[in-house]
Design a protein around this ligand. Structure first.
Ligand code: XMP
Length: 517
């Protein structure tokens, strides 16, 4: 399908992927590339993007080793929009001066537009709220540029080239707190780059089924099925293309939510595709006995998962393809992880840990790898998936293994599973489930004194964690009512023997992460 396309060069901002999402939301196809990708000029000449966006980033453009790009990019005659670091970079490359600013600006600021007729500000009021996050600022603008907007503490908050289609802003139009951010992105994409809004999901499924049929033919495909919406949609699409040549394998690690394997089985039946469930509960438990360190736990679970999956896949003859439910944010995250120069690894994620040589020899089928989560959900909705699949909260690969803090044993898994089940019931009964992004229990390795039925108890303490987030990279704790918190706490401490205390986690990410381990 021929589609208009905007290319984003990523300089490591935590908001880069948001630029991509916003532009997809307005119906234009976009991809994010690392600023240093050696294929960039080739990609540009082959795919002919209608516009380039230079993202923000955590660097100072004047420091040695900071990310730079070739000035040739300005000779391509493709419209360019620089955001934050991208703005400073444009100015720097044209010979302008960037310095540490006297006042760091983080948060909301009032933008005053100096050139209301400038294309990037079409239809935007002269004063509006924008979201700033910077510690450097432009001191001298190169002569080819004009200032088109300022704030009380940032004299050059937006500029444009006097004759070329080059625009830049110091603030973040991709962040929702920028009142007219979407309008600015629309102005760039539609008025300046002249894109058509032709990124539509309607044809995606038919095209993908056709492509898979053509590529896979009569060969066999194996899929490690996780039970999340991504793997359901992946499996469904591939099954439509090749039928029973698809082999879905679901590994029951014993670290799953209550009755998860039965739920998965019946949902697959509902959606009419076959799945094989492998019971590896005892295997995982024995490998994890005595292990306390979270990173070692993660590593063991990841490796054992691959081991079991590989053993099962060897039982199927003539497999040539490995299917994965990879979505676009996984692609972005794993490329960031593999390049420590722009970001550092916080936790070793189960699904980006790498595959053994044998499985790596298989060709990959990743039908969703260009889609964001909300796009996958929209497709699932079009395919008639039930809400319980579409809006399932994400569940981490290492499962309850990283929610039981410290050493895992059968008893603790039993307790946390029961407590999580109560939480889930209450979220659904109170109609809160769909309005929060993720909710779970963390079982602590400490006991505290309590009283139940007039008797002293000495039982485990547990944490309730409920968060809201747009992208799981940053998150805030959910502001739940005291009544709800009281109900959950009371039910868990009454119904789960051996838990006598619940605390609510009120930290954001950052500084905390969503999971505790
Ligand atoms: P953190 O704890 O890193 O979690 O703030 C962000 C999101 O990722 C989920 N998570 C994982 N998902 N494999 C996964 O598939 C993993 O190893 C993993 N670790 C964390 C977490 O539940 C949250 O949604």
């Amino acid at each position: 399908m021929k589609k208009d396309f905007i290319l984003i060069l990523d300089f490591g901002s935590q908001y880069s992927h948001m630029i991509a999402r916003r532009i997809r939301d307005i119906g234009v196809y976009t991809l994010l590339y690392h600023y240093n990708d050696i294929r960039i000029l080739h990609i540009i000449s082959k795919n002919k993007p209608k516009g380039l966006i230079l993202s923000g980033g955590p660097f100072s453009v004047y420091e040695t080793g900071s990310p730079l790009i070739s000035k040739d990019i300005f000779q391509l005659n493709i419209p360019i929009f620089g955001i934050c670091y991208g703005m400073q970079l444009i100015s720097f490359l044209f010979g302008g001066k960037v310095k540490k600013s006297k006042y760091k600006e983080y948060g909301k600021s009032c933008l005053i537009i100096d050139h209301p007729n400038n294309n990037i500000f079409y239809g935007i009021p002269e004063k509006s709220i924008v979201w700033m996050s910077h510690f450097d600022e432009i001191k001298n603008l190169p002569k080819e540029f004009q200032v088109i907007g300022h704030t009380s503490s940032c004299h050059i908050a937006a500029f444009s080239h006097i004759s070329k289609d080059i625009y830049a802003v110091q603030f973040h139009p991709e962040v929702k707190n920028t009142e007219y951010g979407i309008s600015m992105l629309k102005n760039f994409v539609f008025h300046i780059c002249k894109c058509d809004s032709n990124w539509k999901l309607n044809n995606f499924v038919q095209n993908t089924i056709y492509d898979i049929k053509k590529r896979v033919g009569k060969k066999k495909v194996i899929l490690g099925f996780s039970g999340g919406v991504d793997s359901f949609v992946t499996a469904y699409i591939i099954y439509q293309a090749i039928g029973n040549s698809l082999n879905c394998i679901f590994v029951d690690t014993g670290l799953l939510l209550k009755n998860e394997e039965e739920k998965i089985y019946s949902l697959c039946q509902k959606m009419h595709f076959p799945i094989k469930i492998i019971d590896a509960k005892n295997h995982f438990l024995s490998k994890l006995t005595g292990i306390i360190d979270p990173e070692i736990k993660r590593k063991i679970i990841g490796e054992e998962f691959i081991y079991i999956f590989q053993k099962e896949s060897e039982k199927i003859k003539d497999v040539e393809f490995l299917a994965q439910g990879t979505i676009y944010s996984d692609v972005i995250e794993s490329s960031v992880y593999s390049n420590n120069s722009i970001s550092c690894s916080i936790k070793s994620h189960h699904n980006v840990g790498g595959l053994p040589k044998k499985l790596m020899k298989l060709k990959l089928v990743e039908p969703l790898k260009e889609l964001f989560k909300d796009e996958v959900r929209k497709i699932g909705q079009k395919l008639g998936f039930p809400k319980e699949i579409l809006y399932r909260h994400p569940f981490p690969g290492p499962g309850l293994g990283i929610r039981v803090i410290g050493e895992i044993n059968e008893k603790k898994i039993f307790l946390i599973r029961k407590a999580e089940d109560i939480l889930l019931q209450e979220l659904i009964n109170s109609e809160i489930y769909n309005s929060v992004s993720q909710a779970f229990i963390v079982l602590l390795p400490i006991k505290s004194v309590g009283i139940k039925g007039d008797k002293r108890t000495y039982e485990y303490a547990a944490i309730l964690r409920v968060i809201n987030t747009e992208d799981f990279m940053t998150a805030t704790f959910a502001h739940l009512s005291y009544n709800f918190l009281e109900k959950v706490s009371s039910r868990i401490t009454n119904e789960v023997e051996e838990i006598n205390r619940i605390a609510y986690d009120i930290t954001s990410k950052p500084p905390s992460t969503i999971e505790w381990e």
